[in-house]
Ligand binder design. Structure first.
Ligand SMILES: Cc1cc2nc3c(=O)[nH]c(=O)nc-3n(C[C@H](O)[C@H](O)[C@H](O)COP(=O)(O)OP(=O)(O)OC[C@H]3O[C@@H](n4cnc5c(N)ncnc54)[C@H](O)[C@@H]3O)c2cc1C
Length: 473
């Protein structure tokens, strides 16, 4: 599943192999596929965080339920086994939900997200899952005047959504946390933690199985229809079928234009020396991001590496996904350049791993959780780049929706959040989909370049236009 591809520093870079996290923690032995036709009370399609958390909370709430998870490869094959390990309180679409449902509804959603970060940490502790969690918060930095203007606006907006404990820092205070070359300011929130995505995933899958949920791996679902999940090995019938397939959704019959599979790519360095860490700081192990239009995200791993991600080739024609995480050599080059732009003292450091994965992007860039009471079909996703925590909120919400629909409870604080049962139109057919996404990211890159080279304080009009065309604004 992996291949050597180029050298960055003294060591060859392993490209693919799903992700660095699997190189670190091992690819698990596959569970048995579906042996034939079967029945259940709830079928969950997809064994990422959404599917597994949903199974977890539903089974805990109603132990008598027969729950089956069907996973095409192995649990954690998707974004949940490849992400940057930012457990944080961001949720895609909050501003649009504020426009649609009012500011107070969006504040409730934000507060639910703040609580979700704590809930994941609590549940991991209760299940004795050691996922290298460190709650150092989230530090987002600016290194151009335009980024600083955006950072201040972002900071003010987060306060307006009720984040009272967020703090704004100038260049000196930022450097006291992390010495990013040229950083002029930062905003920090305590609602975030660094974690090891695969350790969380494996621990969660184990906890779900221990509760009595059935998991079948190597079992692709080819079609979902009311009360049926169809696979090459048989059909599982159940009153509720919950689709938790995120960036892979387009491969299901009838779903090609539902959520666009957007690529995100990452690199991991060799472990840094003590002297290198001394020169960088980062003792708080905050998750680290920037305010570029094509933003980056990074973490200091438990074993002393830097794992850093950003957009490479954003989208493959026809909604294709990658090959076991392999990413383009040009993307490895550009992420490595970004790393040394942030930390010039790391020039020449070995990049030991590179990989990519897919996010699910709805046409209006708003994450959703839905249960169609007429058909028993449900789904959650479209998290764009913010799913490590959001999947947990989605799962608890799906639990409540199923319980409400089956008469075991009434509406709850979660079922009335503004992202529940939100409807969105489909993406355009090709080639418009490809042209639109590539145009948008080319514009973001041009806007970032312009901001870096001209020192403008005005956030580029180019990027705002791209946002509008893409449906983000
Ligand atoms: C490189 C990268 C970095 C990221 N970094 C962050 C981050 O730092 N913080 C953050 O909040 N978010 C991040 N994200 C997003 C986050 O990882 C996802 O939003 C989240 O993991 C989604 O979980 P999921 O279970 O919905 O989807 P996935 O984890 O993709 O799981 C879907 C599962 O469904 C299975 N499946 C798909 N189709 C079928 C089918 N037909 N039949 C059966 N099974 C099927 C897949 O094999 C997969 O296991 C990142 C994503 C990527 C790709």
């Amino acid at each position: 599943m992996s291949s050597k591809n180029g050298t960055h520093g003294a060591q060859a870079t392993v490209n693919g192999g799903i992700s660095f996290w699997y190189a670190d923690d091992g690819i698990p032995t596959a569970r048995e596929p579906l042996p034939g036709d079967a029945s259940a009370d709830v079928v969950i399609v997809g064994g990422g965080y959404t599917g597994l958390w949903t199974a977890y909370y539903l089974k805990k709430a109603a132990p008598f339920l027969r729950i089956t998870v069907l996973e095409q490869k192995f649990c954690g094959y998707g974004a949940s086994g490849r992400n940057g390990g930012w457990l944080y309180n961001g949720i895609a679409g909050r501003d649009r939900y504020a426009k649609l449902h009012g500011h107070d509804a969006a504040v409730r959603l934000q507060e639910a997200m703040n609580d979700t970060v704590s809930e994941v940490i609590r549940a991991a502790a209760e299940e004795e899952i050691d996922a290298d969690i460190h709650q150092g918060g989230v530090l987002e930095i600016a290194y151009t005047p335009a980024q600083l203007a955006r950072l201040k606006a972002f900071h003010a907006a987060e306060l307006a959504y009720g984040e009272k404990d967020r703090t704004l820092h100038g260049a000196r205070e930022t450097a006291e946390r992390v010495r990013v070359f040229g950083a002029v300011g930062s905003t920090w929130t305590p609602h975030g933690a660094r974690l090891h995505p695969v350790k969380l995933l494996k621990g969660l899958a184990g906890a779900v199985e221990a509760l009595g949920v059935t998991i079948h791996e190597s079992t692709p679902v080819t079609e979902i229809k009311p009360k049926h999940a169809v696979t090459p090995y048989g059909t599982v019938r159940a009153p509720y079928i919950l689709r938790c397939t995120e960036g892979f959704t387009a491969s299901l019959k009838g779903q090609r234009r539902t959520w666009l599979p957007m690529n995100s790519s990452m690199i991991a360095t060799e472990p840094l020396t003590d002297a290198q860490w001394e020169s960088i700081g980062w003792a708080g192990r905050e998750t680290l991001g920037d305010m570029a239009h094509a933003y980056m995200y990074a973490q200091r791993t438990a074993d002393g590496r830097i794992a850093l991600g950003g957009r490479g080739v954003p989208y493959r024609y026809g909604s294709r996904t990658d090959n076991d995480g392999r990413t383009q050599p040009a993307t490895i080059e550009s992420l490595t350049a970004l790393l040394t732009r942030f930390f010039p003292q790391l020039a020449g450091i070995a990049v030991t791993h590179a990989w990519s994965g897919v996010l699910g992007v709805p046409r209006d860039w708003c994450a959703t959780v839905t249960l169609d009471r007429a058909t028993g079909l449900g789904w959650a996703g479209g998290y764009v780049g913010s799913g490590v925590a959001t999947t947990n909120l989605a799962a608890r919400t799906l639990r409540d929706l199923v319980q409400q629909d089956s008469g075991q409870s009434g509406p709850t604080d979660l079922t009335t959040l503004p992202w529940v049962n939100h409807k969105v139109r489909k993406w355009e057919p090709e080639p418009f989909r490809w042209l639109g996404v590539h145009g948008m990211y080319a514009t973001y890159n041009a806007a970032d370049h312009r901001e870096l080279t001209t020192h403008t304080t005005d956030s580029s009009r180019l990027a705002r236009a791209a946002d509008r065309v893409a449906g983000r604004a």
